[in-house]
Design a protein around this ligand. Structure first.
Ligand SMILES: [Zn+2]
Length: 314
């Protein structure tokens, strides 16, 4: 049987999985990314963990390694100054893996990897045109057109999270204002909620929370309990996401848009207004023609499967 290794590099942890050709994660390991300041030491230990995982599973041959990492470039095989990683300079992660394990390695950002995962192992197996959007602490997106992931001229194509939804709006981590991510990712949703609470006298359920505890999970649960401000928060978030996704359809004509990530736990409280706004804002030729679907990848393994799916392209 043919195996591959999927590596999901996050700011806090690195998850590694051994994936079968059918897309089953049959063994996995995790270690701290944040504990390393030095990229070379980090990759030394990553290589050791990969070897251990193969050994424990009785796989005697070295396999290909797919990596999902923030700010990574598919063309160059480098992670470039990712703000949530300790490694500040460009890290040639693919070359470093090749040197240590003598195998093929490939890297792309997490949302692109998720798109590959959906295409190889998930709900987009039969699709040639779709968009993957990850909703969590940030908004990521990967565009698949004609069965190919779009990387663009410099390798960074498909940054829906940093398209402008409000000129002169909230300040974004990218240095500009009004990016979609500042309204529809976790912190943006919290900010919307706080702004709505401050708009008029309000003494409802949300006032019981300390600001630090007033995350999307709490807001969603109060929305389900009927709190008007919490409901309005998700109504507004869904409306903006629906507009952004309708715009994305106008320039890429997908069969479907897949959604994954932590915000999907909010369920219908987010998806209903999102789908409503999406249909309202779609260009007429696309109306009732583009589905918005939850990812079909198993949630716990999605990022590992996405990274492993990258190796299927070579
Ligand atoms: Zn931005």
């Amino acid at each position: 049987m043919e195996f591959s290794i999927g590596v999901d590099i996050g700011g806090t942890n690195t998850d590694i999985g051994l994936v079968s050709c059918e897309g089953k994660c049959i063994a996995r390991a995790r270690f701290s990314t944040a504990a390393y300041q030095d990229a070379s030491r980090y990759v030394d230990d990553l290589a050791i963990v990969i070897k251990q995982l193969l050994q424990e599973a009785g796989v005697t041959q070295m396999v290909k390694v797919g990596i999902g990492a923030p700010n990574s470039n598919y063309y160059t095989g480098c992670i470039d100054s990712a703000t949530n990683l300790n490694f500040k300079d460009s890290v040639p992660i693919c070359q470093m893996i090749r040197e240590r394990l003598n195998t093929y390695a490939v890297v792309t950002n997490d949302a692109n990897a998720a798109a590959y995962g959906e295409m190889i192992y998930g709900g987009a197996k039969e699709m040639k045109h779709f968009i993957m959007v990850t909703l969590g602490t940030g908004i990521g997106s990967g565009f698949v057109i004609d069965g190919q992931l779009v990387y663009g001229h410099d390798g960074y194509a498909g940054e829906l999270g940093h398209t402008t939804i409000f000129p002169d709006g909230r300040l974004c981590s990218c240095g500009r204002r009004g990016c979609l991510e500042q309204y529809t990712a976790a912190r943006g949703i919290q900010q919307t909620c706080l702004e709505l609470m401050a708009r008029a006298p309000y003494s409802g359920a949300l006032t019981q929370y300390d600001i630090g505890d007033l995350g999307c999970k709490a807001i969603a649960s109060e929305a389900y309990a009927g709190d008007q401000i919490a409901l309005e928060t998700f109504e507004y978030t869904g409306k903006l996401l629906g507009i952004a996704l309708a715009n994305a359809v106008a320039f890429s004509s997908p069969e479907a848009i897949f959604l994954m990530g932590g915000l999907m736990h909010a369920g219908d409280i987010l998806l209903k207004p999102l789908r409503r706004s999406f249909e309202q804002n779609l260009l007429f030729v696309y109306k009732d023609n583009v589905q918005i679907l939850p990812s079909k990848l198993p949630q716990n393994d999605a990022s590992i499967l996405g990274a492993a799916a990258l190796t299927k392209l070579s």
